[in-house]
Design a protein around this ligand. Sequence first.
Ligand code: ZN
Ligand code: ZN
Length: 105
Amino acid sequence: MECSHWHHLPIRLAVEARRIAPDGPLDRAVRCHLSAHGGDEHHGLLAELDRYGTALWLRWHGSDVDLAVLPDCPVIGTGSGSGGDACCLFAGHVERHSWENTPPQ
Ligand SMILES: [Zn+2]
Ligand SMILES: [Zn+2]
């Protein structure tokens, strides 16, 4: 089950995000990409950064919200049904890898 939290992208962070990721489309609101998790810190993907294997995330915790450039999660799915899929989360994330949410074929 996915985390159901959303957060809008504040204007001041949208300006900053545009500077970091000038090419990609930016959503006005992002959903937390993690599986349902404990704690109050959520991470929504704003943009893939092609270089360096990193991505730009919106990270929020209560009313605190900020941008974070985080390296991609290096763990590749190996089980049946995950077929070598790359995880689309960031390194060191809590809970399950994104490919673990894919139902087995
Ligand atoms: Zn969350
Ligand atoms: Zn992962």
